[in-house]
Design a binder for this molecule. Structure first.
Ligand code: AMP
Length: 293
């Protein structure tokens, strides 16, 4: 019931232009609000919502960007078919207390062909960088642009894309960007599959095999817990599990130092175990991070 005593419901703003979002954020900044930023490509799921929730806990003004960034897609990748359920995304943002959505067009973000790129060397090269050689350059560049537009105090990323988080953290450190990066844990389906907008591409058969990624990571964790330290052996066991599926082609299985992303032969310290597989209709990634004595 509306009455003079009811608290005015906060209205979520949707900005399609850089000028609009800059104005919204400037107003919030003027009110001394801490600005939290969650960059996404939309098709929002519980993984994205966990980042929004974290941002809401830590910040007074939360901005979500929804932008399918063309520069991070390779020439034969899924840019055109990437899901864009914009109205559902807006509803989810509203329901989850987002203050402003920034949803620019590709023309707004890239009015001219980009001549300036942010390339985080070394960290962009291994793992997914091998089969997606220009991907992280596109990610770092769009994040640098978004950070310059929104100027958040904190930006939130998912551990799901572990290499992306490492690249962005390093970019922020190397370029002295005055903000903090928070990395949030992977949100999974009940059967272990890491949530991803690309899971929608899987047909029933592929979806049935997809939990093998996490099963193989759990096997690695078990082996390490049992004292196994040889990366080659662990990777071999992981491969056996993935090969249960007739539909998976392994892109890579890597055990790397979590900071440098360099391969390690003997598991010790903070390690990232990461893998990617190609299924007939989607490429899937997953990882776990372990602290090993
Ligand atoms: P995307 O829309 O796929 O570019 O993802 C936007 C952000 O959400 C990235 O920081 C992702 O790492 C994060 N994210 C995606 N899936 C998950 C998940 N299952 N759990 C946690 N974070 C995720």
């Amino acid at each position: 019931v509306n009455s003079v005593f009811s608290v005015a419901k906060k209205v979520m703003k949707i900005a399609k232009t850089i000028d609009e979002i800059r104005m919204l954020v400037a107003d919030a900044g003027m009110a001394d609000k801490k600005i939290g930023f969650v960059p996404t490509m939309g098709a929002l799921h519980a993984g994205h919502l966990s980042l929004i929730k974290k941002a809401k806990q830590q910040c007074e003004f939360v901005v979500v960007s929804i932008f399918v960034n063309p520069t991070q897609f390779g020439p034969n990748e899924d840019l055109n078919k990437y899901p864009r359920p914009f109205d559902d995304d807006i509803k989810l943002c509203r329901k989850n207390g987002v203050d402003a959505v920034f949803a620019p067009s590709a023309e707004e973000m890239y009015p001219d062909k980009n001549l300036t790129w942010v390339n985080v060397e070394k960290l962009s090269e291994p793992l997914c960088g091998k089969s997606r050689p220009t991907h992280f350059r596109g990610v770092a560049t769009v994040c640098a642009k978004l950070f310059n537009i929104i100027q958040p105090d904190v930006a939130y990323f998912g551990q799901k894309d572990a290499q992306q988080a490492a690249v962005i953290k390093r970019m922020v450190a190397d370029l002295n960007m005055p903000m903090r990066i928070v990395v949030c844990p992977i949100v999974r389906e009940p059967d272990g599959l890491a949530m991803s907008s690309r899971n929608k591409y899987l047909d029933a058969e592929q979806r049935k095999d997809a939990p093998l990624l996490y099963a193989s990571l759990q096997e690695a964790q078990l082996l390490i817990g049992g004292g196994q330290r040889k990366s080659a052996f662990i990777k071999e066991q992981m491969k056996k599990i993935l090969n249960i599926s007739k539909l998976m082609e392994i892109d890579y299985i890597s055990i790397v130092n979590a900071d440098t992303l360099e391969e390690i032969e003997e598991v010790s310290g903070r390690v990232l175990i990461a893998l990617a597989v190609k299924m007939p209709s989607a490429r899937l990634i997953d990882n776990i991070m372990l602290d090993v004595e």
